[in-house]
Design a protein around this ligand. Sequence first.
Ligand SMILES: Cc1cc2nc3c(=O)[nH]c(=O)nc-3n(C[C@H](O)[C@H](O)[C@H](O)COP(=O)(O)O)c2cc1C
Length: 220
Amino acid sequence: MKLLIINGSPKLGINNTSILLDKFILGFKENPDNTFQICRMNTKETYQKAVNEFVDADNILIAFPLYTYSMPAGIKLFFESLEHYQKKCHGKKVAFLVQYGFVEATHARPLEKYLAFICKILECEYMGTIIKGGCDGLSRNQIGAKKILRGMYEIGKSFGACGKFDYDQLNHYSAPEVTKKMNRLLVKIMFWAINKFYWERAFKKNGISVKESFAKPYGE
Ligand SMILES: Cc1cc2nc3c(=O)[nH]c(=O)nc-3n(C[C@H](O)[C@H](O)[C@H](O)COP(=O)(O)O)c2cc1C
């Protein structure tokens, strides 16, 4: 398979999307018949270039970070630009990689539906979306990075071997869908303690009452 990989992280330097893509490619290349081309899409000039490359390709992986439960503006611009090429997109196979900070997969599920919908409008074949949370610190070699990267390699390998995703593997990789009740309770306790022992102290130091800290001058 010849695969066009579009990296839509808006960052100009090191980015988590490319760290994950490097591992995916490593797995994908295990099949010697596979070739790939990377298109970096992070400036005004590169958006049109990415559109042109998309139009010329048959198999495409579009990777980007989740921004406010959705996508970076550049990715949105890219999709909207494809509207003019609708008739040229018929039959293309399109896959996605969405990675982000929060751990739960549920954060990206609405976006996943949107991506499938975009493919339908463009008459492309939607191949699926790799969803992975907890990726905020990959560039800082965070705890758990090795497991995340190993999983991405495995997904790349199986995609490279059979030209499609194994959905069970994707679901397993995206887990947890939501965090356990116990963890939510722990987070609640942690926030309570931070508010009580850090913020309340800081308010006092600055002569502000807790009640004042909730003031909504523009909302009243
Ligand atoms: C403007 C902005 C919005 C973001 N929104 C979310 C979000 O809604 N949920 C989330 O879990 N992470 C969010 N993040 C964190 C990024 O998705 C995360 O850091 C990602 O790994 C960055 O990828 P990159 O280094 O490839 O750009 C946001 C980051 C930025 C800068």
